[in-house]
Design a protein around this ligand. Sequence first.
Ligand code: WT7
Length: 646
Amino acid sequence: MSESTGQEGRRFPAPEQLAAHANVGPDVYAQAESDRLAFWETQARRLTWSQEWDQVLDWSNPPFAKWFVGGKLNVAYNCVDRHVEDGHGEQVAYHWEGEPGDTRTITYAQLQDDVCRAANALLELGVQAGDRVAIYMPMIPEAVVAMLACARIGAVHMVVFGGFSADALASRITDSGAVLVITSDGGYRRGAPSALKPAVDDAVGRTDSVRNVLVVRRTQQDVEWTEGRDLWWHDVVDRQSAEHTPEAFDAEHPLYIMYTSGTTASPKGILHTSGGYLTQVAYSHWASFDLKPDDDVFWTSADIGWVTGHSYIVYGPLANRATSIMYEGTPETPHRGRWFEIIEKYKVTIMYTAPTVIRTFMKWGEDIPAKFDLSSLRVLGSVGEPINPEAWLWYHEHIGGGRCPIVDTWWQTETGAHMINPLPGVTDLKPGSAQTPFPGISAKVVDDEGNELGDDSTGLLVLTEPWPSMLRTIWGDDDRYVDTYWSRFGKEVYFAGDGAKKDDDGDIWLLGRVDDVMNVSGHRISTTEVESSLVAHPTVAEAAVVGASDPTTGQGIVAFVILRGAAEDSGDELVQQLRNHVAKDIGPIAKPRQIMVVQELPKTRSGKIMRRLLRDIAENRELGDVTTLTDSSVMNLIKDKLPASS
Ligand code: WT7
């Protein structure tokens, strides 16, 4: 975290006008505190249930939680149909903007028809409640329709980010046992069509659970076709009836699996269920952003392939009957003002994005946003990594016009929804700090032994009470679920994997991961995953990967590799080849920023690679303590090999 502004101490009180009309007031914390379960029960009533629960929380077998036990609901009905029934069918659910400039406006009534047709199509293809459906798509409305169609019939969606490789897709299909893949020919990125279907063909060819591939036509690219397996969306979905009666599922019925990187090479399938998840994403979307469904135009800039897209493009906004923006492409296409143009065009009132994007805009210069009318904005959000005070202040001034509160939201794929963040209209904001546990959430900072720390101290972040949108397990691996999150401090304390500091006022500052997980542009990447990809290359004998701080992406991936004897030639060409190998193997976001060929790696006597020292090198710092190394001259050897500039 940068300390150069000297402005971290500055407070930004809630704007008066906003506070006067805010959805939640300061009393919300005391309310939630006085009876946490009653508080969440009240929030669950935002949804329409076909059967009320008998028990709010069953925590008799921690860490396996059940929320709203005995309750039944249909998630898609809650996101779509009920708003149409309430007379809001003509309200826009999504203003969709394609990268080439094509647009679609989708009302709640249209969304209902589309979701019903897609649900009927899935049923025709033999998809049943509980079956897994892989979704590998660009940011087009059919991606949302596909997710909701699954939810509607009780199938479990498993969205894979379109930037991930065929390998990544194949391993996720295999682990989840998906029976259907929904994809498209491609999507538009940086001004050109980018194909998706070839990766699906490759992945599906290596798995044995998939019966069909349903393909949306988006880019008109040529696609290979496997007769009997592949089907066009427009052939199968368009001819279906727009009538479908939603069935109510148990509150704990699985809703989706989302894979995320952990400290081992194999990603974890985070499982989210229905009633508790929808309750917390709906409530948090409404409270954190002060969402007014009749007036606001809400925009989360994430991709649907991440949890942010699931919770705050799809489920939260739709459950709240919001009008949202959905944008297919990149911020610089066809020009660097594209986002601001979209804000101006649709009069966006709430914008939710990531610090890496803000820092990119900073780099491009404030004269770009200054050319557009951004006066519709009233609340700004941030997610993915700590937002450094400079970026916070820039966002506040140059995008928010000095008038919009910035809501820095700390949460994770596992938590499903916001967990630590200020509330607009309530909290005096402190640039750089996520500040306060969300109402109904219990977050603490503890030492290595699990003792709670007071103000003005640094330790590990834990969550000490279950919450409605918590993950329920890791798909197919209850033991890993317990080991990863609930064993460090006992079965009732969730270990988040983040370091945190409490300041003098008790406000929480997130300090980044304490495990071997990197955060690149707000995306979680495992050092081990990149290392295994590198050693899978025939020229590499050993690899160690670290996240080094990067002014734009938060962290950049830096790899140290030892080559096999025969491949001693360590030229630039090989380094490029290795970088591309990782990009192809995992996905472009995992492409190392830098690869250094070294003779040895620093290891402790027990054989553990000392990443701390490699990070010192990657960040061009004085080396820390080297006394636990087997051979401290290793570090000199590595430093000698480095190009002068690094
Ligand atoms: C990790 C979770 C939550 C959706 C996007 C990422 C880091 C996330 C913040 C924030 C500081 C943050 C943490 C966390 N993180 N938001 N506002 N301040 N750190 O989801 O891929 O599951 O990653 O991202 O390190 O553990 P994810």
